[in-house]
Write a protein that binds this ligand. Structure first.
Ligand code: ADP
Ligand code: ZN
Length: 215
């Protein structure tokens, strides 16, 4: 399957993407994971992106398109991909459309995961992420705690609160979402690709996607 996952930070895009990956081997492409990996590795890309990310601002479109232009041409994408956290601005959507046309790739759908704001806020404040950049498993101190406090179940690395998960950065990320990313819902509706799913359970969202795709 070839999907875009839209939704506010904390809507569950990453969790849904991981569940979908298990269905047919489509790869999850998370620009946030790629950027956090680059920051940890101290690459040029990481150095350029770090400040924006800490503040909860978007990284410039040019950097993102540089990453995605290469990523979508890697062989593992041929089976299918789940775009998690990209596109996030109208210029990124336009550039993606152009890129997919050139590569002769057709999207199945842009899924908007619609979750109430109070649920989003609560989730982001209680979210914890595995510090191992090759793992980046997501937990929640309330609803999905690690078996051993502070230690990732999957890889044993420390589980941390992200730098951009302070209250200030979170409210800024949500503002940025409303201003820059929410307009993508209209963009994909016009393109006839939008499917909106309201639901706070990732299993319910996945079931709705499967039924929409007829699988
Ligand atoms: P969330 O969806 O929970 O906000 P992500 O892991 O998707 O978190 O992104 C973390 C940060 O990485 C964003 O706040 C932003 O700074 C940067 N980022 C990720 N994807 C993009 C993108 N497509 N365009 C611009 N910035 C991005
Ligand atoms: Zn881990």
């Amino acid at each position: 399957m070839k999907l875009i996952l839209l939704g506010a930070p904390g809507a569950g895009k990453g969790t849904v993407a991981k569940l979908l990956t298990a269905i047919d081997g489509s790869v999850q492409i998370s620009t946030g994971d790629i950027l956090r990996g680059a920051v940890k590795d101290g690459t040029e890309l990481g150095k350029e992106a770090e400040g924006y990310m800490k503040r909860g601002d978007l990284v410039p479109d040019s950097l993102i398109m540089g990453i995605m232009g290469k990523r979508l041409q890697e062989p593992d994408c041929a089976k299918g991909f789940l775009l998690d956290g990209f596109p996030r601005t109208i210029p990124q959507s336009e550039a993606l459309t152009e890129m997919l046309t050139k590569l002769d790739i057709k999207l199945d759908m842009a899924v908007n995961i619609d979750v109430p704001r109070d649920v989003i806020l609560d989730r982001l404040c209680t979210r914890r992420t595995c510090n191992n950049q090759d793992c980046q498993a997501i937990y929640n101190v309330k609803s999905m705690p690690t078996k051993v406090e502070g230690i990732c179940d999957k890889c044993g690395s420390p589980v941390i609160q992200r730098d951009d998960e302070t209250e200030e950065a979170i409210s800024h990320r949500l503002e940025t979402y409303n201003e820059k990313t929410a307009p993508l819902i209209g963009f994909y509706e016009k393109a006839g690709l939008l499917k909106s799913i309201t639901g706070t359970s990732s299993d319910v969202v996945v079931a709705a996607i499967k039924s929409e795709l007829g699988i």
